[in-house]
Design a protein around this ligand. Structure first.
Ligand code: ZN
Length: 308
């Protein structure tokens, strides 16, 4: 352990939980950051030193093209892997709200918003990375905000806010969720996704779980803490589900062993024949949230406004 991380582990013992305010205890150190867990609600987060600018992570182009351990190895491939899931989310959103104004926070190259645009949504994006912001502006043919503050200053109200794989990057997710809700119309839908830090691999060996990756990922949710955060921010009808698509299929250990001789070290693609069969089986299981590597959440901004 480096001196910096040791100092941070020591200072971590006095950190209060960002969701419920209870005391925390140190879990581990990673990349020079201490990671703590709340003694009451179990929320896990990294301690961010005052001199650390988290937004600098995304301004670095290497984050998007494999140059950083904690970034995207290949952004284009990540979108191809996520496209089908994104389209099913758009279909679901279309069933909840009639297309209106949609804001995507962390819109990257704008691919999701482009699909939303083709379904009749009036799209707005927020992107911290100047390189990705420029790409999304070109793709969408409109301006993209560089911060939530900039979007708020426009005085718009959104019928849908999407933030995929964003909340785990936030130092104060509860404050952020409250601010997001203040930009939403009554009855509007929030949809988000984030890694599941109660997945078997995370519980088995937290030190090796690659999504504990400060300074990129700094807030680590389970289904319970994610629901608590969003409810505390004033949302209602909160639904959390396990996501079984993405770049790698989560498999039970016995199945991994049984398939090893056929896979020959290859990743099991969710769209392959075996992947589809396993997914069909997984989707029927009531306990899939327990072992999915990723979670998605839908919630509603109440019709009668409450203060949060
Ligand atoms: Zn707590």
């Amino acid at each position: 352990m480096t001196l910096r991380s040791q100092i941070q582990v020591e200072s971590a013992s006095s950190s209060r939980c960002k969701l419920c305010g209870a005391s925390t205890e140190p879990m581990m150190a990673h990349n020079g950051f201490a990671i703590v867990r709340c003694n009451e609600c179990g929320f896990m987060f990294a301690i961010i030193p005052p001199d650390c600018d988290l937004s600098a992570v995304y301004a670095d182009d290497a984050y998007w093209n494999g140059g950083r351990e904690y970034g995207y190895p290949d952004y284009e491939q990540a979108w191809r892997d996520a496209r089908r899931l994104s389209l099913s989310r758009l279909n679901h959103l279309g069933q909840i709200n009639r297309p209106g104004k949609m804001l995507e926070i962390g819109c990257a190259a704008g691919y999701f918003l482009r699909e939303a645009q083709s379904r009749g949504w009036q799209v707005y994006g927020i992107e911290l990375s100047p390189m990705m912001r420029k790409r999304s502006e070109e793709l969408l043919g409109c301006g993209v905000f560089s911060s939530l503050r900039e979007a708020a200053d426009c005085g718009l109200r959104f019928e849908c806010v999407a933030m995929f794989e964003v909340i785990e990057h936030l130092d104060d997710p509860l404050a952020f969720a409250r601010e997001v809700r203040s930009l939403m119309s009554p009855g509007a839908t929030l949809v988000l996704s984030t890694p599941n830090f109660a997945a078997p691999a995370a519980l088995r060996s937290p030190g090796n779980y690659h999504w504990f990756s400060p300074p990129a990922h700094v807030s680590y949710f389970t289904a319970a803490t994610l629901r608590a955060c969003i409810e505390r921010a004033g949302f209602e009808a909160v639904q959390v589900a396990g996501v079984l698509e993405g770049e790698e299929m989560p498999l039970p250990r016995w199945l991994t062993l049984a398939l090893a001789r056929f896979r020959k070290g290859r990743r099991l693609r969710p769209g392959g024949i075996i992947g589809e069969l396993i997914k069909a089986w997984q989707h029927r299981r009531s306990d899939r949230l327990k072992w999915a590597n990723s979670m998605e959440l839908y919630a509603r901004n109440p019709l009668a406004q409450v203060s949060a």
